[in-house]
Design a protein around this ligand. Structure first.
Ligand code: SAM
Ligand code: SF4
Length: 327
């Protein structure tokens, strides 16, 4: 799979639901969310078909995301099917962790290549202020459990000038004692229309400065091809810290990914507003060859970077919730 700029596309991010049990204020409004009706969500059979098809075309890295993936009933069986019935080589998941506890044994058996655990604070009260739902104790439990598994654990923290700056250093220090990656993400406007103070957004340079004040000059390690995070090794740290310039979009040149939203829309960039209705096409009887052709031709028009994709949107602002995109 090659895009119009000659970039090899080998990474699929699949949103299995747009629903979530939390209401993180940078992601979605607290109330009044219009969830996609269930019959408009891709079924597991449809998802498995797409994953198989793409994995056979060397899209061998898959990340399951959402919404909160574990909100969707029978997710574990879908994950097992992906592991055992497809050519996916690198299976990864992004989760808020709150619903994972009952599935820890199976999660371990699935041998995820990486688990991204989203956690924006280490303080219980602030967790509630940000997520607007309970769940802190559950996340802390699974953080410990995940860190003992044979998987690469990454903690993702969205940096918000008005909410969690005091958490940056304590969060980074988690990587001192444990061989995990702690990544700081720039806040993006994908929040379902919640008002946020744009003057008050910390970008990757602000985050870097703040970390350097504490830890001294940060030296970037070799960044993996297609990675969105710049990672740094800090002296005496077992793990790594990283910064994801999600809004500054400095990493787009080496993009290797495509996305499928929970309602089955293909996105060739996080910042586009959806380029092809795969679900509609499948439900109208498209065969595998047609489907592949549709994906390949969409990739030929993949934007050069997130700025171009934003420019090409059909007039609407960047205000959908990340939970509908599959962050
Ligand atoms: N519910 C799962 C979770 O929170 O990990 C998976 C879906 S969530 C949309 C995926 C990632 O997107 C999380 O790490 C979350 O912090 C991030 N995210 C959500 N809204 C964001 C925003 N407006 N700016 C930056 N990152 C955001
Ligand atoms: Fe839910 Fe994840 Fe969005 Fe938080 S970031 S509201 S956990 S989908």
């Amino acid at each position: 799979m090659i895009d119009g700029y000659g970039r090899s596309i080998n990474y699929l991010r699949l949103a299995v639901t747009d629903r979530c049990n939390l209401r993180c204020h940078y992601c979605m409004p607290e109330e009044g969310i219009n969830y996609i009706p269930r019959k408009e969500l891709l079924s597991y059979e449809e998802m498995l078909r797409l994953v198989k098809l793409l994995a056979n075309q060397d899209v061998h890295k898959l990340r399951i995301t959402g919404g909160e993936p574990f909100v969707r009933k029978d997710l574990i069986h879908f994950l097992e099917a992906v592991r055992h019935q497809t050519n996916v080589q690198s299976l990864n998941i992004t989760t808020n962790g709150t619903l994972c506890k009952p599935y820890l044994d199976t999660i371990e058996k699935l041998q995820f290549n990486s688990i991204n655990l989203s956690l924006d604070t280490l303080d219980k009260d602030r967790f509630f202020q940000i997520a607007r739902r309970e769940g802190y104790d559950e996340v802390m439990d699974v953080l410990d459990a995940f860190s003992l598994m044979d998987t690469h654990l990454k903690i993702n923290m969205v940096v918000m000038a008005d909410s969690n700056l005091e958490d940056i250093i304590p969060m980074a220090l988690l990587a001192k004692e444990k061989d995990i990656a702690v990544r700081f993400i720039e806040e993006m406007p994908f929040n379902g229309g919640t008002h946020r103070d744009k003057q008050n957004i910390w970008d990757h340079k602000d985050i870097n400065k703040h970390l350097e004040k504490e830890f001294g000059p940060l030296q970037a390690t070799d960044t993996k091809h297609g990675a969105t995070a710049t990672t740094y090794k800090v002296k005496d740290f077992k793990g790594q810290i990283g910064i994801i310039p999600a809004y500054s979009r400095t990493f787009c040149g080496l993009c290797n990914r495509l996305r499928i939203t929970a309602k089955g829309v293909l996105k060739t960039c996080l910042y586009d507003d959806g380029v092809f209705d795969l679900k509609g096409f499948m439900r109208n009887g498209a065969n595998d060859e047609d489907l592949l052709l549709a994906v390949k031709s969409a990739l030929l028009h993949k934007a050069k970077d997130g700025f171009q994709a934003e420019h090409n949107r059909s007039g609407n602002k960047l205000m959908e919730s990340m939970s509908t995109i599959g962050g």
